[in-house]
Design a protein around this ligand. Structure first.
Ligand code: ARG
Length: 456
């Protein structure tokens, strides 16, 4: 019989139990559930609500349950509706009446609200650690390629020359913001302890919510019992921050996939981080990057699922909210999985500098620098832009590059051109002289790396 069986005259239908049960997915919160229960029992004893010996028996019994779950000797009973009832029932089986006192002044509604928070606190801290590892790999690779020239793109058209390290650091700054969004969400989540909100309306027992807040690492108790049990903002915030993070990894993956193609061939993935084809012997596929891009879909789907579950719920707890866990857990698991493979893939990839440099030599990416050359000699930029455009058209007609035109051909367009134009449009010059703050020159890349390492 279920713990709530008192007013019922029949056993729950087994299909209803299967439908209703969250145990298959909330069992992963066993340690958090036990931690919350120990704090609650200690508080009850400290307030004289239950005898101190009962609180001790509860703490010992729960410690035994924790040990047995972790040793694999206590299996979760599928008949239990959720992890909260499973542990309480098991405790009562083990210690008798003291176990039945644990739920005094508490509801599963405030219990689950605490458990998810404690679970997410650890899980998100793990993801933050993984982001830090990825950032440190990005810093190393960017430092290594502070002087590697590649074309920067807009509209996926070759645009202006940059250092490859600058391109990598662009992703590092996105990821640093992802980390900060997660830290913010954790801070807000741990500011308010919902335990003691009861089912919805607090309790008549003289509980001490500051005591449990301190024990469980919250800043203090939540201010409103209805809000305490029905708030899932923290799930929405974390799911949203994870979606944004995945969006960044997905954009990065998209580029990695392109760079691996014969059309680009800017990088070569390590054999241990690529896959082959069952039929085409020549293939080396960037499956990891493709899967990261693909899994972004499910993480975004989880966010939409959570928002949709919450949008029509009246106060306070509704069973709909049980749907929060699978979505947020899946986002957590997916992001962890993606980061654990993405980081070593980046760490081990070979950068084909010569191919990047060769691609940058085509596409007239120094055209802006040619116009700037004239502008620095006094010509208004719009006029310089027009003349350079004509030079580019000439190159296209004669199958030449700006570097391979003759000085006479330059002079025919403007007598401001001199032999130093050839140095001005060298890609190395174009990158090295882009010294504006935040720009792509090697010193700027090295400064970004230093600042990022500071932030780590
Ligand atoms: N398994 C439930 C959940 O995940 C726990 C809270 C149930 N509360 C209730 N009154 N049915 O949301």
């Amino acid at each position: 019989m279920a713990l709530w069986a008192g007013r019922f005259s029949k056993e729950i239908d087994s299909t209803v139990n299967d439908f209703n049960s969250s145990l298959p997915f909330d069992c992963r919160m066993y340690a958090q559930d036990i931690k919350g229960s120990v704090a609650h029992a200690q508080m009850l004893a400290a307030q004289g609500i239950i005898p101190a010996q009962d609180a001790d028996a509860i703490a010992d019994g729960l410690a035994g349950i924790l040990r047995d779950i972790e040793a694999g000797t206590l299996a979760f009973d599928a008949a239990a509706e959720d992890i909260h009832m499973f542990i309480e029932q098991e405790l009562t089986n083990r210690i008798g009446d003291a176990g039945k006192r644990l739920h005094t002044g508490r509801s599963r509604n405030d219990q689950v609200a605490v458990d998810i928070r404690l679970y997410l606190q650890d899980a998100v801290a793990g993801i933050i650690g993984q982001i830090n590892e990825l950032l440190s790999v990005l810093c190393n690779r960017a430092e290594e390629h502070a002087e590697t020239i590649m074309s920067g793109y807009t509209h996926l058209q070759r645009a202006q020359p940059i250092a490859f390290g600058h391109h990598l650091m662009a992703y590092a700054w996105m990821l640093l913001r992802d980390r900060s969004r997660l830290q913010d969400a954790l801070g807000r989540m741990m500011a308010q302890n919902p335990l003691g909100s009861g089912a919805l309306a607090g309790t008549t027992y003289p509980i001490d919510r500051h005591f449990t807040s301190e024990k469980l690492g919250f800043e203090g108790p939540s201010q409103n019992s209805l809000d305490g049990v029905s708030d899932r903002d923290f799930c929405l915030e974390i799911a949203s921050a994870l979606s944004i993070l995945m969006t960044h990894l997905s954009r990065f993956s998209e580029e990695i996939i392109a760079w691996c193609s014969w059309e680009f061939k800017f990088i070569e993935l390590d054999d241990a981080f690529a896959t082959g084809s069952s039929i085409m012997p020549q293939k080396k596929n960037p499956d990891i990057a493709e899967l990261v891009r693909g899994k972004t879909g499910r993480v975004n789907g989880n966010l939409v699922a959570l928002l949709t579950v919450m949008k029509g719920l009246p106060l306070a707890y509704n069973k709909d909210m049980q749907e929060d866990k699978e979505a947020i857990f899946d986002s957590i698991d997916t992001v962890k999985l993606c980061l654990s493979t993405f980081t070593p893939m980046l760490q081990t990839m070979t950068v084909l500098d010569a191919n990047m440099r060769a691609a940058a030599a085509k596409g007239f990416i120094n055209a802006t620098d040619c116009a700037d050359y004239l502008t620095k000699k006094g010509m208004p930029f719009r006029d310089a832009y027009k003349i350079t455009g004509q030079l580019v058209a000439l190159c296209i007609a004669q199958d030449k590059t700006l570097e391979s035109l003759d000085l006479e051909q330059y002079k025919a367009k403007s007598d401001l051109f001199d032999a130093d134009i050839f140095d001005a449009i060298r890609l190395e010059t174009c990158v090295n002289t882009r010294t504006s703050y935040g720009g792509p020159c090697p010193d700027s890349v090295r400064r970004q790396v230093a600042e990022m390492r500071e932030a780590l």
